[in-house]
Design a binder for this molecule. Structure first.
Ligand SMILES: Cc1cc2nc3c(=O)[nH]c(=O)nc-3n(C[C@H](O)[C@H](O)[C@H](O)COP(=O)(O)OP(=O)(O)OC[C@H]3O[C@@H](n4cnc5c(N)ncnc54)[C@H](O)[C@@H]3O)c2cc1C
Length: 326
């Protein structure tokens, strides 16, 4: 049962932050994740602070430096269909289009997608697990078929957002407003691994709000993509996903960023793969080597070993496709 809470809709960022000074207040953007968490008792809130009236947080604009700024309240459907995103930041458009269902993409925002809570069924269920302040991870020896194979320690969630992997690959940053002013953080540094703090998914402090997603300018020789494998082709979270950004020159990879989703408690950048493919023409042996390197550090749990060959095969296919486009 949902515990009663008060609901406020501030019209200024400052007022929103003041409202969030109450430590059990929660931000409400599209509500597609928050309301489920409140209803299921994953956490409680004394106050829900809707940020929907903060008009500066809506919409996208091209910047003078050639980059793109996306307001945190821009919906996933808007992001997926915006021409400049589709053309220059294809991985992000594809990731946003791969999220959930049309209804959720119309209501869910990009900021909310990046800040959503994990989908571990023990965390979401009636289990007082480590992440909720308990002293045990039920997935470690339990039903762990959808859990992580990389980066887990004590807790084995996978990070749920498709767009986060694409944004790390695209080297995007977040503007975060807080009581002490605003700060800009690369998306790559936004997430917290369990080994650092098992009760936190992001570096956000309680009064902070993600206001903008900042995409750097892209070279005309850069191509990006996001591929997601799920158990069924209707709405579902990634079993395995990969975001690729490759800049090429003279049929060689000049530089690359490769990020896995569905693999770890945070979007998982695989620098070992980047090192292997940079400077190459993606010859068959290089692709094979890269695909193996992507999961060479994997430590599967009792029921998710299938993810290792799944990631290998997916990466091989994606690099093969990229080679044909170079
Ligand atoms: C059935 C279903 C299927 C789904 N499938 C997928 C999927 O395949 N891939 C995927 O990536 N996601 C999936 N999702 C998650 C969905 O994309 C998110 O629920 C949605 O993007 C959250 O956006 P929202 O605006 O509704 O956020 P809200 O529900 O309003 O907020 C989510 C969380 O983020 C916080 N928050 C929101 N905005 C901000 C902000 N600007 N600054 C700081 N904190 C903020 C809130 O306090 C809350 O904790 C699915 C969800 C459902 C219900």
């Amino acid at each position: 049962m949902t515990v009663p809470f008060s609901y406020v809709r501030p019209v200024s960022l400052q007022d929103a932050m003041n409202q969030l000074a109450d430590k059990t207040a929660r931000i409400h953007a599209g509500g597609t994740d928050l309301l489920g968490c409140l209803r299921d008792g994953v956490f409680h809130a004394s106050k829900v602070v809707s940020i929907s009236r903060l008009s500066n947080l809506h919409g996208m604009r091209k910047r003078a430096d050639g980059g793109l700024t996306i307001g945190a309240l821009t919906t996933l459907a808007e992001v997926a269909s915006y021409p400049a995103v589709m053309e220059k930041y294809t991985a992000l458009a594809q990731a946003a289009a791969a999220v959930a269902s049309p209804q959720i993409r119309n209501q869910g925002t990009l900021g909310g997608n990046l800040c959503q809570k994990p989908r571990c069924w023990y965390y979401r269920g009636e289990f007082h697990c480590l992440r909720k302040g308990g002293d045990y991870c039920y997935a470690a020896a339990g039903e762990n078929q959808y859990h992580c194979i990389l980066g887990g320690k004590n807790c084995f969630i996978v990070h749920p957002s498709d767009t986060a992997a694409a944004l790390v690959a695209l080297d995007a940053s977040l503007r975060i407003a807080g009581p002490r002013g605003s700060r800009i953080i690369p998306v790559e540094d936004f997430y917290v691994l369990p080994e650092k703090d098992v009760t936190k998914e992001t570096i956000l402090e309680p009064e902070e709000i993600v206001t903008e997603i900042l995409l750097p300018p892209v070279s005309i020789l850069s191509r990006s993509s996001y591929r997601k494998v799920r158990t069924r082709q209707a709405w579902d979270f990634a079993l395995a996903g990969v975001a690729l950004v490759l800049e090429h020159a003279e049929e060689r990879v000049k530089q690359s960023r490769v990020v896995l989703s569905g693999a770890a408690p945070a979007p998982w950048r695989v620098r070992a793969v980047e090192k292997i493919i940079n400077g190459s023409s993606l010859e068959d042996d290089i692709i094979k080597k890269a695909a193996w390197a992507a999961v060479s550090d994997a430590r599967p749990l009792s029921k998710n070993g299938y993810k290792v060959p799944l990631f290998r095969g997916m990466l091989e296919e994606e690099l093969e496709k990229t080679k044909n486009r170079m």
